[in-house]
Design a protein around this ligand. Structure first.
Ligand SMILES: [Zn+2]
Length: 376
């Protein structure tokens, strides 16, 4: 019998939750951080290395994959898991957000959006039905509703009309998704920074019924304080017994603050993108490896970290290969960053299980407040 998609909550500590999402392709321990594999690769990482950092699931981008190499080609080649050699769960976004942020010459109607590819200027169309079709062709385990998300700040009328459209598109997404045992469809709450619109959106989504619920429309320029302001109430507006996913977040302290407020899943390009630009996230905050202070430093990035970059290489070496534009620079720093993000998630899961989340969070902030180790 096919394993169905399910979510089990194991423990709560305050609003923080830990549990497990079961899928036919494996279990996702929550709270979960999903590395981003935009173009069917987490840049600079082999899939087995991504798994070795502790990732149970990664995210693929519908917008990028539909343009290149196309969803139809990936389907002919056996689906996204086989294509990119990743056999664990994959969540795909709907393409909506990236059309709004990346594509040229967009035209938005009730039906959907037509746009020009940022790669070659070719014309394309996305709608709830087409997004569901593409995500099915990719073989995604967790499919996201097609929605529209205005950049913030935006006035209330704009937020409201956009949210209403997204709710109509959520119903069309649900209808087009159909019955696919073992695969999940998540709805996306919108409503900007307006509590009553967030509530209206949460009610509309629950009337349709989804396997999980995302908090959308955040991490779009509103800042951490405003985001936490919404997260103080938004997760409570969503069902207790379904996963809650905060899209596109974030920095380590954003992630911890989101989990504290009841979020179960997150994704962000930050650990991989920063790895390629010489930025490392550590227990003591951000280290810029390009800084000249590291050029004679034989110590690892973080002596307590067990990742390959910290076990085998000095700051001096990481500084050198970054300055020399060697590929191993992005490989090692990406590995370290993904490992560190997964360590944060594992630490929070353990602390929530033990009922010690507040103490864990205090340690997390105290270590960061110390800053990086002193130069030699
Ligand atoms: Zn490390």
């Amino acid at each position: 019998m096919t394993q169905r998609f399910s979510f089990d909550l194991h423990a709560t500590d305050g609003k923080a939750r830990t549990g497990a999402i079961s899928t036919p392709r494996g279990v996702i321990r929550t709270p979960a951080f999903m590395p981003v594999g935009t173009a069917a690769t987490v840049k600079a990482m082999l899939p087995e290395s991504v798994a070795a950092t502790g990732a149970d699931i990664l995210l693929g981008n519908t917008y990028h994959l539909m343009l290149r190499p196309t969803a139809e080609r990936i389907a002919r080649l056996g689906g996204l898991h086989k294509f990119m050699n990743w056999d664990k769960p994959i969540l795909t976004d709907s393409g909506g957000f990236q059309v709004m942020s990346l594509a040229g010459l967009r035209k938005l109607t009730e039906e959907g959006v037509t746009f020009k590819s940022h790669i070659d200027g070719s014309r394309h169309h996305l709608s709830p039905e087409r997004s569901m079709e593409i995500q099915a062709l990719l073989g995604s385990d967790i499919v996201m509703c097609f929605d529209e998300c205005p950049a913030l700040p935006a006035d209330r009328d704009r937020i409201k009309s956009s949210m209403d459209l997204s709710m109509r598109w959520a119903q069309r997404s649900r209808d087009a998704f159909g019955d696919r045992p073992g695969h999940a469809l998540f709805g996306i709450q919108q409503g900007g920074l307006e509590q009553d619109l967030r509530e209206e959106s949460a009610q509309a989504l629950q009337a349709i019924g989804f396997d999980g619920y995302a908090v959308g429309g955040l991490a779009v320029g509103e800042g951490q304080e405003a985001m936490f302001g919404v997260l103080d109430y938004a997760p409570d507006q969503l069902p207790v017994d379904k996963p809650r996913y905060l899209m596109g977040v974030g920095k380590p302290d954003d992630i911890v603050g989101a989990v504290k407020r009841g979020i179960d899943m997150m994704d962000c390009v930050l650990p991989s993108r920063s790895g390629r630009t010489g930025q490392a996230f550590t227990r003591h905050g951000v280290v810029n490896i390009k800084n000249a202070r590291h050029q004679d430093d034989p110590r690892p990035l973080d002596e307590a970290c067990t990742c390959p970059a910290c076990r085998g290489y000095s700051r001096a070496y990481l500084h050198h290969v970054f300055r020399a534009n060697e590929m191993i620079s992005g490989m090692l720093l990406t590995w370290h960053n993904l490992h560190y993000f997964q360590q944060i998630m594992a630490g929070m899961r353990d602390a929530i299980s033990a009922g010690t989340f507040a103490a864990w969070e205090a340690d997390f902030h105290a270590l960061r407040a110390q800053g990086d180790i002193d130069p030699l």
